[in-house]
Structures are given as structure tokens and as C-alpha cells.
Write a protein that binds this ligand. Structure first.
Ligand SMILES: NC(=O)CC[C@H](N)C(=O)O
Length: 354
């Protein structure tokens, strides 16, 4: 563990804070909301690409270390949290989304960047895409190596994020993630690889690339997001409890019963294969449903998607399928759906549309 923040190649550049650099004419205004993660991490030496402390470097220092930002946009930073993203809670999501929503309403803000740990970055990005009503670009970014490491990836990822957030051509494309030169849509992207800088992947492919400050778009998202969303963070004050139960050979019903016992409103089953459910736990899920708990059938298999009434009779059991959403993203969509309805047909409609 590293107690203090050593001088870093990024931070040691010691340029004036990007926010205080003179504005270039016609520059767009981007706010960087910092939440922690490796992009704000620091290791003991340049060799420490994987052994380091996340969430150490404050946003002002991060921006000051990147004078290139002043060529891209007029940038100012805000420290919202300073945490590793595996420790994100529902409350963190609500606080962050409400701050983003407030900022995008300001006429002097053209785009917002969120710096974030990579472990749950895709969850936060998806939550923002479901709940913030705006056409302005929202970009979530992290890094796989701390700024102190050789070949650190955070500096370019952040410059790319600000560049996309400042772009007119990114308007209306929803929340995106800029890692490894790619522009990914929040809904589809996941952290699929650890250690490597090519960590963020989508089975449907990136929307485009950002190279030397210019965006190259190849496709656009078709699922509902931001302006088309029926969920709005401005009217959400808490999220219903939705929990994930992971499946495997010899799985017991213990976790399902425990979550029902602690008052879960929905259980997302991370099933094997096509979202299959072991015979031995089907009764536990049926009992949960009979007590009013929603059952959402997803898959632990990363690619493909779960079909309704394949593997299990969803119509008969009154269950919902998670489409192609990973269990952790299905948790978020189910929680938002439950703020509106308790009808599994409506919840299924929501899972098809978002
Ligand atoms: N690469 C990272 O950002 C991982 C660091 C940490 N586990 C986090 O998610 O915040």
C-alpha cells in the first residue's frame, strides 16, 4: 500500500490547473467529475503497473498534469468521491447521477466527464445512461494503470474523454466510455479483461474511435437512453433492493432464501449457459416469486443473450429475462423498473427496450 502520493509523470508536469488556463476562443466547457479509481491511483515505482493504491490523486492535480487538455476544451474539475469503484453503493450512484443531471442543465456546461475506477465503471455508465435526461455528451473514463506506471493509459484516456465530451458530434449518442482509443456505448460495454489496457469490450462492438482529438463514429446505439428514458434521476431518491445470485454446479438455494429473507424486491439469477436454472433451485425461485419477488433470468456467460421461455417456462412462472444484460447491469435496470411498476410484463418490456 502506498501512503503518500509520489511525484508522478502526469502530476509532476506541474502545469497550472487546466481550469485556470486561458480559454481559447470558441472552446467548449467540460466539467470533470472525479470519483477515484486507478486513473487517480499511485504506485511506489514506475514498475508497479498492477500493485498500487487506487483513488489517491486529487482531481486538480490530475488536470494540472495534463496541459494538453487546454487545447481540447475549457476544463474544470470537481472531486465527488475518492474511492475504488468496487466500493460504489447505490447512494454513490444517486449522488453522482444527480450531480451530472444538475450540471447538464447549466448553459455553461457542454459536456461532462466522470473519472471512475474500472471495476464497476460500466455499471455506473449504464445507470447514468438510464437516468440523466440530456443530449449533452457524458463520458465515463478510467485507466488500467496508475499515472505513476510506465506506459500509463490514464492520460490519453482522459484527454480522449474530454475531447469526446467537448464534441458536437457526440451529442445525442448517450453515455459513452472512452478507453483504449475506443468509444463504447455505456449499455453494451463491460470490463471483460483485467490487467490489460484492452479491458473494455462490447460483444456488439464499439461505436467508434477517438484519435488525436477527432471522433470517428461507425454506429449509434438503438436502445433507449438519456432523453428517451422513462427514468429520471431528478425524481429518484432511493433504489429498491435487487440482488444477484450466481449459479454453478451443486448450487444450493441458500443465497436465494437469504435474499428473500432480507427483503429483496427482485433476484437476478446469473444462470449457466442460456440462463439455465438447476432443478434443485427452481422451487426456491418459484417460492420467491409467489411472495412477490421478481425473478430475472440472466446468464453468467458473457456473450449472447437469454431468450424468453427457452431453458425455463418464463410465461408460466411469471419470470423476466435479462436480454443481453450482464447480471450486474440487470440489477440496475430491475431496480429502476421497480420504481415504476411491479408488473413482470412491464418489467420485461423495459428489459427489451433498454
Ligand atoms: N483499474 C482500476 O480502476 C481498478 C482499481 C479499483 N479496483 C477500482 O475499480 O477503482
Amino acid at each position: 500500500m502506498v501512503d503518500s502520493v509520489p511525484a508522478t509523470p502526469v502530476a509532476a508536469a506541474a502545469a497550472p490547473a487546466a481550469a485556470s488556463q486561458p480559454a481559447q476562443q470558441g472552446q467548449r466547457n467540460v466539467v470533470v467529475l472525479a470519483t477515484g479509481g486507478t486513473i487517480a491511483g499511485a504506485g511506489a515505482s514506475a514498475m508497479n503497473s498492477a500493485t498500487y493504491s487506487a483513488a489517491k490523486v486529487p482531481v486538480d492535480k490530475l488536470l494540472a498534469g495534463l496541459p494538453e487538455l487546454s487545447k481540447v476544451a475549457q476544463v474544470r474539475g470537481e472531486q465527488v468521491f475518492q474511492i475504488a469503484s468496487e466500493s460504489f453503493t447505490n447512494d454513490n450512484l444517486l449522488v453522482l447521477a444527480k450531480r451530472v443531471s444538475a450540471l447538464v442543465k447549466q448553459p455553461d456546461v457542454d459536456g461532462v466527464v466522470i473519472t471512475h475506477g474500472t471495476d464497476t465503471l460500466a455499471e455506473t455508465a449504464y445507470f447514468l445512461s438510464l437516468t440523466v435526461h440530456t443530449n449533452k455528451p457524458i463520458v465515463v473514463v478510467g485507466s488500467m494503470r496508475p499515472g505513476t506506471a510506465l506506459s500509463a493509459d490514464g492520460a490519453l484516456n482522459l484527454v480522449n474523454a474530454v475531447s469526446v465530451a467537448a464534441s458536437k458530434d457526440a451529442e445525442g449518442k448517450g453515455v459513452v466510455v472512452t478507453m483504449n482509443d475506443e468509444i463504447q456505448t455505456a449499455r453494451d460495454v463491460n470490463k471483460d479483461v483485467n490487467i490489460k489496457t484492452s479491458a473494455f469490450q462490447s460483444q456488439w462492438g464499439p461505436l467508434g474511435m477517438v484519435v488525436e482529438g477527432k471522433n470517428y463514429w461507425f454506429r449509434a446505439p438503438v436502445k433507449r437512453h438519456t432523453m428517451q428514458s422513462e427514468f429520471n434521476i431528478d425524481s429518484i431518491t432511493s433504489l429498491p433492493a435487487v440482488e444477484v445470485v450466481y449459479s454453478y454446479g451443486n448450487v444450493p438455494r441458500t443465497a436465494i432464501d437469504a435474499f428473500v429473507g432480507t427483503g429483496a424486491k427482485a433476484i437476478v439469477h446469473a444462470g449457466t449457459g442460456n440462463g439455465s436454472v438447476a432443478d434443485r433451485i427452481v422451487p426456491a425461485l418459484q417460492e420467491a416469486r409467489s411472495k412477490g419477488v421478481q425473478v430475472i433470468r440472466s446468464a453468467r456467460v458473457p456473450y449472447g443473450f437469454v431468450l424468453r421461455n427457452a431453458e425455463q417456462p418464463d410465461d408460466k412462472y411469471d419470470w423476466v429475462v435479462a436480454h443481453d444484460l450482464r447480471p450486474e447491469k440487470a440489477r440496475l435496470l430491475a431496480a429502476l423498473a421497480l420504481t415504476k411498476t411491479n408488473d413482470p410484463k412491464e418489467i420485461q418490456r423495459i428489459f427489451w427496450e433498454y
